[in-house]
Design a protein around this ligand. Structure first.
Ligand code: G3I
Length: 334
C-alpha cells in the first residue's frame, strides 16, 4: 500500500491504465486500481458479444463505466470491431458470410449505437482490433496481410476503413466530444506486422486528408504489447518509432510480459522480466510526447488471461514483484 504509485511516476508522461470489471471497483482491488492508475479498459464487458448478443438487443457496461468515472478513472473503449468475441449473426448466417450490404449495415449500426450510448464517457475507442495476420510475408501489401476473418469474408478488404469511416461519422455529428479512434493489434514488435499496420494507416489517413484537409481518419495505433522475456526491446522501439512517424498518437494497450510457466517464476526469470519492463518504460518515457496511455492487461498474476506465465507487476497475493520496481524506476533498476 505504501508503494509509490505508478501513475505518479508517469503523470507528466502518459496515462497509466489497467483492465477492470465492475467487481474490481470495490475493496482492495479498487484501492490498487486507483493508487496506480488513471484509466481503465473493460477486459470483456464492452466487446461485441457482450454488447449486442442478438440483433438489436444491447447490454451495456454502464455500471462499470459510471463507477470508474465516479472514482476519477477515465475509460478507454474496447472494442467495436473484432473477429473474436463477436456474435455470429453480425457477419455470418448458417456459417456462410452475410452479403456485404448486410454485414456493413450490422457493423455500422453496432458502431453508431455503441458510440452514441457511451458518448464522451470514454476517451478513446479501439475501432478495429487485430485485423492483420501474425507475420505477413509481404508486409508492404497490407491488403494481402489482412486476416481472412468473418468480417473480411463478408465485407471485403475495405472493412477496416469502413469501420473507421462509420466511427468518424459519429464523431463528426458530436463535435463537442474529444474521443480518439484507434487501430489496435498484437505482435506489434514483429517488423513485418508493424510494416503492414503502418502501410494501412498511412493509406487511410492520406486518402482521408484529400477530402478532409488536415484531418485524420485513424487517430492512434494501439500496440497491445503482449510480450515475453525473449522479446527484443529494439524491435519494440522500431515499431513505436515507425508508428509515431505517421503523425498519429500511440498507446500501449494491453501490456504484459510472460515469464516462467505453471505459475512458477524463478528469481532469475523475475529479474529478466523486471529488466524488460524497465527497458520498455525507459523507451516509453523517451517517446512520451507521442504516447497517450500505457495500460497493463491485468492487476495481478492471479487474474491474468495467461496467469500460468506470471506476466504482471503484482503476484497472486497482490504483492509487488521485481517487475513493479522495473516500471517505477527504470534507470535505477538498470
Ligand atoms: O463469460 C464466460 C462464462 O460465462 C463461462 O462460464 C466461462 C467458461 O470458460 O467463460 C467466460 O468467458 C470467458 C471470458 O474471457 C470472460 O471471462 C471466455 O471463455 C474467455 O475466452 C475470455 O477470455 C478473454 C479473451 O480476451 C477472449 O478473446 C480474456 O479474458 C481477455 O483478457 C482477452 O483479451 C484480449 C483482448 O480483448 C484483445 N487482445 C488480446 C487479449 C488477450 O487474449
Amino acid at each position: 500500500k505504501d508503494l509509490k504509485p505508478i501513475q505518479v511516476a508517469y503523470q507528466n508522461d502518459f496515462l497509466i491504465g489497467n483492465v477492470a470489471s465492475a467487481a474490481d471497483l470495490s475493496g482492495v482491488k479498487l484501492e490498487l486500481l486507483k493508487q496506480h492508475h488513471t484509466v481503465i479498459t473493460a477486459e470483456n464487458a464492452m466487446k461485441p458479444d457482450a454488447t449486442q448478443p442478438t440483433k438489436g438487443n444491447f447490454t451495456w457496461a454502464d455500471n462499470l463505466v459510471d463507477a470508474a468515472l465516479a472514482e476519477g478513472l477515465s475509460v478507454h473503449g474496447h472494442v467495436l470491431v473484432w473477429h473474436q468475441q463477436t456474435p455470429a449473426w453480425m457477419n455470418t448466417a448458417s456459417g456462410s458470410p452475410l452479403s456485404r450490404e448486410e454485414a456493413l449495415a450490422n457493423m455500422r449500426t453496432h458502431i453508431k449505437t455503441v458510440m452514441e450510448h457511451y458518448g464522451d464517457r470514454v476517451i478513446s475507442w479501439d475501432v478495429v482490433n487485430e485485423a492483420m495476420n501474425d507475420n505477413p510475408s509481404n508486409p508492404t501489401d497490407w491488403k494481402a496481410a489482412l486476416r481472412k476473418s468473418d468480417w473480411y469474408n463478408a465485407i471485403g478488404e475495405d472493412f477496416v476503413e469502413q469501420a473507421f469511416l462509420a466511427a468518424r461519422e459519429v464523431l463528426d455529428s458530436h463535435p463537442e466530444w474529444d474521443i480518439k479512434l484507434y487501430y489496435n493489434d498484437y505482435n506489434d514488435d514483429n517488423q513485418n506486422k508493424a510494416q503492414a499496420i503502418y502501410s494501412m494507416v498511412k493509406e487511410f489517413n492520406e486518402k482521408y486528408a484529400k477530402t478532409h484537409p488536415g484531418k485524420l481518419l485513424v487517430d492512434g495505433i494501439g500496440m497491445q504489447a503482449h510480450y515475453s522475456v525473449n522479446t527484443n526491446p529494439n524491435n519494440v522501439k522500431l515499431s513505436l518509432e515507425k508508428f509515431i512517424s505517421l503523425g498519429v498518437e500511440v498507446s500501449v494497450t494491453e501490456l504484459d510480459i510472460q515469464a516462467g510457466s505453471d505459475g512458477v517464476l524463478t528469481e532469475e526469470q523475475a529479474i529478466d522480466q523486471a529488466y524488460l519492463y524497465a527497458q520498455l518504460f525507459q523507451l516509453y518515457r523517451e517517446h512520451a510526447e507521442h504516447i497517450a496511455r500505457v495500460t497493463f492487461w491485468g492487476l495481478s498474476d492471479a487474474t491474468s488471461w495467461r496467469s500460468a506465465n506470471n506476466p504482471l507487476l503484482f503476484d497472486k497475493d497482490l504483492q509487488a514483484k521485481p517487475a513493479y520496481y522495473g516500471v517505477i524506476d527504470p534507470e535505477k533498476f538498470m
